[in-house]
Design a protein around this ligand. Structure first.
Ligand code: DAH
Length: 337
């Protein structure tokens, strides 16, 4: 071996030591130390090679070998020392940091509760797209082209012709009936969008739960029964449900339905604006035209349908007086729930 080869070997050993120590678990450091610095280790072998070098090269080679050995030793002290230090610094008596725990948003809580109650009454959950076509959102729901609900002021139309952001969850009724035979018993929770002027009770987006039950011999009494059963579970045994005649293109007859105000029990208060009733949404018996559009025979089946405004219900439940609070994600507000 000559000096050049000797010093190449040393630098090989050093770089091996560097990379192995860097990636080593602390439990294997003792083994590594033995491998490089131990009595039968790499450096001891190199020291023995010194003797086989020509006399005049030995001082320089010895110096190189000692330097390498020192560098390898410092590798080990570099790794072990800081670990020891950080253990010494650790103070187990310090109080811990409290983890931040999130909560369920009041709107999401209300939605889950509504879905849960209907699920318990045998409804399954259906869904449809928020980007809808005019056909599903209006035409198939017996809403003719000149109906005010189709007015540009109420609807967000998309650039793609014939497409819009759904203004209601009712189009899911059509999609469900197109894809399955009667009987159907579904609810469809989801987001809707309207070009409403924003104020404390209106927002450009809101949540509805649609309901649809189609079978033989379904009547308006069944509708009132299911909405009453829902209200009793959501609000309490004493709640009353009332129907008021109304018009919707997709139901005949149509009603708007109200729950007695849970805050004042129907006596009249700030929340129900003195009426004793809370307007929830619309409902009715599915119009034969809707059945035809969806491919059902109106002589064979009847059905009821209803919508439900989730924000309204959440606001009463949690005593929230401005719908915008439900969408602003202000932590100071949300942390109260
Ligand atoms: N889609 C109606 C709305 O957004 C609510 C509604 C009324 C839904 C009557 C229905 C229904 O299913 O039968 O105002």
């Amino acid at each position: 071996m000559d000096l050049e080869e000797f010093s190449r070997k040393l630098s090989d050993i050093l770089s091996a030591a560097e990379s192995e120590v860097r990636s080593a678990e602390s439990s294997s450091l003792a083994d590594l130390r033995a491998k490089f610095l131990g009595r039968k280790g790499e450096m001891t072998k190199m020291m023995k090679h010194l003797a086989s070098l020509p006399q005049d090269m030995r001082p320089q080679a010895g110096k190189l070998a000692n330097e390498t050995k020192k560098k390898i030793e410092s590798l080990f002290s570099g790794v072990v020392a800081p670990q020891k230090k950080s253990y010494e610094k650790f103070d187990p008596t310090l109080p811990g940091r409290k983890p931040i725990v999130g909560g369920i948003h009041p709107l999401e809580w209300t939605l889950r509760r509504i879905v849960d109650i209907f699920y318990g009454m045998g409804f399954s959950v259906a869904s449809g797209p928020e980007m809808e076509t005019e056909y599903y959102n209006f035409d198939a729901l017996n809403t003719p082209e000149d109906h005010p609900a189709r007015d540009i002021q109420d609807t967000f139309y998309l650039e793609r012709k014939g497409w819009l952001l759904r203004t209601q969850t009712s189009p899911v009724q059509i999609r469900v009936m197109e894809s399955q035979k009667p009987p159907v018993k579904i609810i469809a929770p989801g987001r809707c969008y309207r070009r409403d002027a924003i104020d404390s009770t209106h927002y450009y987006t809101f949540t509805q739960v649609e309901g649809l039950y189609v079978d033989r011999d379904v009547t308006l009494a069944d509708l009132k029964g299911v909405l009453t059963a829902f209200a009793k579970q959501f609000i309490g045994e004493n709640v009353r449900v009332r129907f008021r005649p109304h018009f919707f293109p997709f139901t005949e007859p149509s009603v708007e339905y109200d729950f007695s105000c849970p805050v004042c029990d129907g006596k009249g208060c700030r929340v129900c604006k003195g009426t004793g009733w809370l307007e929830i949404s619309g409902a009715g018996m599915v119009d034969p035209e809707v059945f035809k559009a969806a491919g059902y025979d109106p002589d064979e089946v009847q059905g009821y349908a209803f919508g439900m405004g989730v924000e309204r219900i959440a606001m009463v439940k949690f005593g929230i007086d401005d719908i915008r609070l439900l969408y602003e994600n202000d932590l100071a507000f949300l942390e109260q729930f």
